[in-house]
Ligand binder design. Structure first.
Ligand SMILES: Nc1ncnc2c1ncn2[C@@H]1O[C@H](COP(=O)(O)OP(=O)(O)OP(=O)(O)O)[C@@H](O)[C@H]1O
Length: 337
């Protein structure tokens, strides 16, 4: 086994509140250089806010505390110039909707050239050559001819590729992809996941992949963090979590997705709804929906503790370990050790 890679990002006890309502309750999370980490969980659990807070992109009304270290440098509470240096340079972020990043009234080539100037000081022919290289790298055919087109002249999948090209303009060490494939149909989604894997292999950049889609996460990530109501409740390798989810919430997420080899009537939705951050239940926030909860779960919050097998888990009544046979049925092809 090789030595562990050094951390690129370390979040410690990251908390966020909007107008006095706490929505993030102390996130501890590391991303190593070159690693791909998935963040999954139901809508509103805090996946996006975690990274928007880390990059200083939340609106002024957000109260953010804790520590955000990028390569050892503290960014929580840092000056705007320090944050701007990191954003788009060391770290880039892409979103579900390319129109949030692409300017509809500017030709696409010019937008990439501008990003190259801002992040790397390139201009003139050098910028054009590099922009064409990036367009080619993200799989835009006939880049030279399409350099002068507007965003609306590209398909949804191509706009997503162009947004990735702009994100790569700063040669980031980390790309944060927030639901990058949710709005795309299945074939295009698969192509974008493939592209992310290829780019990671070619550039060595790390990836944070935020998604509802466990299947997509399994295709691009090394490690997964499962979030619930503003906390990480379980974290482990993709193979570990797919083969043996130990938190009842993680287990619930897996039971609620269709499996190609499973009968349709085996889909079990998680009962109840995600709690309102204004009125979180006492103890473990998942306990009112949890099939394994006991009285203590409604009074004491379980901390996220390292387990013997390398995962971290916040649960007093974890799901018992499954047998090897069950595990093999659950793990997507190629992930079984
Ligand atoms: N600007 C804001 N002002 C007030 N509350 C906010 C703001 N942004 C996010 N929130 C709240 O913070 C919580 C976490 O939101 P976040 O967007 O991180 O969830 P998410 O897990 O990314 O959800 P989704 O999968 O739907 O994107 C939610 O309760 C949300 O309503």
């Amino acid at each position: 086994m090789g030595a562990a890679k050094p951390d690129l990002v370390a979040l410690r006890d990251l908390k966020v509140a909007f107008d006095g309502v706490q929505v993030l309750h102390g996130i501890d999370l590391n991303v190593a250089k070159g690693e791909a980490v998935g963040l999954v969980g139901e809508s509103g659990c805090g996946k996006s806010v975690t990274w928007l807070a880390a990059l200083g992109l939340l609106p002024g009304k957000a109260a953010v505390t804790g520590s955000v270290r990028i390569d050892g440098r503290e960014l929580c509470g840092a000056r705007r110039t320090a944050l701007e240096e990191v954003r788009g340079g060391r770290i880039a972020m892409i979103f579900q909707d390319p129109s949030s990043s692409l300017n509809p009234v500017l030709r696409i080539g010019r937008q990439i050239v501008e990003a190259l100037y801002i992040h790397r000081g390139l201009r003139g022919d050098a910028a054009r050559v590099e922009a064409l290289r990036l367009m080619d790298m993200v799989g835009i055919p006939d880049a030279a001819r399409r350099f002068d087109l507007y965003p609306h002249e590209f398909s949804g999948g191509q706009c997503q590729r162009l947004m990735i090209a702009m994100a790569l303009a700063g040669e980031p060490d980390l790309l944060i992809a927030d639901e990058p494939t949710t709005a795309l149909d299945a074939t295009i989604q698969a192509q974008i996941l493939d592209l992310l894997n290829t780019l990671r292999a070619e550039t060595g950049m790390a990836l944070v992949f935020i998604s509802h889609d466990l299947g997509a996460v399994s295709q691009v990530c090394d490690r997964v963090c499962v979030m619930y109501a503003g906390r990480i409740v379980e974290e482990g390798s993709v193979a570990q979590l797919f083969s043996e989810p130990r938190h009842p919430y993680t287990r619930g997420l897996f039971d609620a997705i269709p499996r190609i080899d499973g009968p349709r009537d085996r889909l079990i939705p998680i009962p109840g709804t995600v709690p309102n951050p204004k009125h979180l239940p006492a103890g473990c926030s998942f306990s009112p929906r949890c099939p394994r909860a006991v009285d203590a779960c409604g009074s004491d919050y379980p901390h996220l503790e390292p387990q013997g097998d390398g995962r971290r888990l916040a649960c007093m009544r974890p799901v018992p370990a499954v047998t090897r046979g069950d595990a093999e049925r659950r793990v997507p092809e190629g992930l079984m050790s």
